[in-house]
Design a binder for this molecule. Structure first.
Ligand code: FE2
Length: 375
């Protein structure tokens, strides 16, 4: 195993870019109305807010979905003009914005821009009867951005412009709790550029590195570095393709997304068996590993609380590190382009990312790639 952990360092005297946590994840999609039904029905999100022509916004519609600490925004353009329509035409449905919740958005934006970030949105104050939001934004890889949201003087639902929705269509939540990590795919040779961006601009640190020896199958390879913010609540692994005998899964993503972007969003649950069982019953498709995986997994990870048969039946993977173990599973892409997918993860002490599963997982991805004619 060639996973390398950086030498432990003492805690920095102060957080170079304080972020409280993920504020929301916004998706720009072709048909937000239908996407909202998918996330409600299959992922158990609740529709709580809406912004569109009825609320005074003329060029777009947005649906605000929540489940526990997760806040997803689905946005579509109302015509062929403008950034949203251009983004969807080029990239298909995907993640546009991984927004940060901060205490002082102006200061955060100023610091980021002074350290070299490109502004995606200059600081702006949004008002309504519930107070004010200060919002700014910076660019990251591809056309993806990080909004920077200050909500200490706001008591409303979400953002000015959104109205509360109370829909009778409310499928039960399935135990999804918060964003564990968001993974970006970038071009060959660009991983370290973005690692440096998160280090220099946002004060993140590189907490794990996977080289192409760790992450390779018979056919293809990739490299990955995991970046974490000061309080550890934001974790961004960044992948780049590596030379292999055939086309890397990262290359397939870059081809179909037409550039860098978010590859997967990992969502935490406290009961992965119940969550995944429900998702499968509601029509979410997951990658599967061969049955033989379960014949040897306990030799690798030792004793676990869960019944192996239940994990095998659902296709849930297990890995262990020094601090405990984790359970994880990956969906197939959630749109027709082989781009964005989800990971469902339950951590039982482990703080790592399932390196012991990479080979089985990537072979599963490559079987799908081959079926699409892209391997
Ligand atoms: Fe992941």
């Amino acid at each position: 195993m060639t996973t390398t952990l950086p030498a432990p360092t003492s805690a920095p005297p102060h957080d170079a870019f304080p972020i409280n946590g993920t504020d929301y994840v916004e998706f720009w999609v072709g048909n937000a109305k239908q996407a909202a039904v998918f996330y409600r029905a299959a992922f158990g999100f609740r529709l709580v807010g809406y912004r569109g022509p009825e609320t005074g916004v003329r060029d777009r519609v947005s649906y605000l979905l929540e489940q526990d600490k997760l806040r997803f925004v689905l946005t579509s353009a109302l015509g062929p003009e403008g950034a949203i329509a251009d983004h969807v035409r080029l990239h298909g449905d995907g993640v546009k914005d991984m927004a940060f919740w901060v205490d002082d958005a102006r200061a955060a934006w100023e610091v980021a821009v002074a350290r070299g970030a490109t502004s995606a949105r200059d600081p702006e104050v949004l008002h309504d009867d519930h107070g004010e939001i200060v919002i700014a934004g910076i660019c990251t890889y591809g056309d993806t951005i990080h909004s920077i949201v200050e909500r200490r003087n706001y008591r409303g639902l979400f953002l000015p412009g959104f109205e509360a929705v109370d829909s009778p269509f409310a499928p039960a939540p399935i135990g999804l709790k918060y964003v564990d990590h968001c993974v970006g795919n970038v071009e060959l040779g660009k991983m370290n550029t973005w690692v440096k961006f998160y280090e220099d601009v946002l004060g993140f640190t590189n907490i794990l590195t996977f080289d192409d020896k760790t992450i390779s199958t018979e056919y293809s390879a990739l490299m990955s570095k995991v970046m974490s913010n000061g309080n550890g609540r934001i974790k961004f692994p960044i992948n780049e393709p590596a030379e292999g005998r055939k086309k890397s899964q990262i290359d397939e993503y870059l081809d179909f997304y037409r550039g860098p972007g978010v590859q997967h969003v990992a969502i935490a649950t406290d009961d992965i068996i119940a969550t995944v069982r429900e998702m499968q019953a509601r029509g979410v498709e997951f990658l599967t590993v061969p049955r033989t995986y379960y014949e040897t997994v306990l030799d690798r990870v030792g004793t676990i609380d869960e019944e192996l048969n239940a994990l095998a039946e659902l296709g849930i993977l297990v890995d262990r590190d020094d601090e405990g173990y984790l359970l994880q599973i990956f969906t197939k892409p959630v749109q027709d382009r082989p781009t964005l997918f989800y990971e469902i993860i339950q951590r039982k002490g482990a703080k790592s990312f399932g390196a012991g599963n990479f080979k089985a997982l990537f072979e599963a991805i490559e079987r799908e790639q081959a079926r699409r004619g892209n391997l």
